[in-house]
Design a protein. Structure first.
Length: 253
């Protein structure tokens, strides 16, 4: 079976690692190419877009893909929508690997917003020291609120920098522990955090640290994703693939 994994997450990398040694599967991971130096993958990688939903459907046909795994980031709504469209056109089985979102616990102060622009509005007019834990492409709306002092952490350098008078940058790749993020927030005297509800353990440190420091978190809600078969763990994907392989063998494919 030819398996295409739409990747870019730790879960996608773990899934590829679990499949890499199997002789009954040919696995490719597709990355969007937004990170200059992505983490190494244990299987062949293609980088770049497909040319929209129709381009993805064409790729599935041309490469004779037998199963598509959408293991993209929870906020990669466009590629997830394209995947759902493409399998409708081609009949290729699709499974989404979606990590569950974080949930509030006692001591959390979350202000949930729908868009980055809403997050800018939620910061208010009074100058604050703000930690932006967002992707580079989501930073520009904060130029409309130059009164704040921003700390930005990203995997790749922010270029061009945010057009505000007071911003500093940290280039780093997670995971980040709660202790590390506590020291970061305290050291920079952060008053508010803006983050995505990414889920998972790799970047939860800032949420736990915010709770300990009693800081508010402006939390960007997840986008609506297509209603397709989905699971939450790599193990469930492996079971699904084994079932699909068994069915293909039974049909003589």
């Amino acid at each position: 079976m030819n398996i295409l994994i739409l990747g870019g997450t730790a879960e996608a990398r773990a899934l590829a690692g679990a499949l890499a040694a199997r002789k009954d599967l040919s696995v490719t991971v597709s990355l969007a190419g937004r990170t200059a130096e992505p983490a190494p993958q244990p299987v062949p990688v293609r980088v770049g877009g497909f040319g929209g939903a129709d381009g993805l459907a064409r790729y599935l046909r041309d490469e004779q893909i037998d199963a598509l795994i959408d293991a993209t980031h929870p906020y990669a709504g466009i590629i997830s929508a394209n995947a759902a469209y493409a399998v409708e056109r081609t009949g290729v089985p699709l499974l989404a690997l979606r990590r569950p979102p974080w949930t509030k616990v006692a001591g959390d102060t979350w202000i949930e917003v729908a868009t980055v622009e809403d997050a800018v509005e939620a910061l208010g007019k009074t100058p604050r020291r703000v930690f932006l834990a967002l992707g580079r492409k989501e930073l520009q709306p904060f130029a409309a609120a130059p009164q704040h002092i921003y700390l930005v952490r990203s995997v790749d350098p922010v270029d061009p920098p945010l057009a505000v008078p007071h911003a500093s940058y940290i280039t780093a790749r997670g995971p980040f522990s709660e202790e590390e993020d506590y020291a970061l927030l305290e050291g920079h005297r952060i008053e508010t955090i803006v983050a995505k509800n990414s889920g998972g353990a790799a970047t939860y440190g800032k949420i736990g640290a915010a709770r300990a420091l009693r800081l508010p978190v402006i939390m960007l809600k997840r986008p609506a994703l297509p209603d397709v078969p989905s699971v939450e763990t790599v193990e469930e994907v492996l079971a699904w693939l084994d079932h699909a392989l068994t069915l293909s063998t039974a049909r003589g494919v």
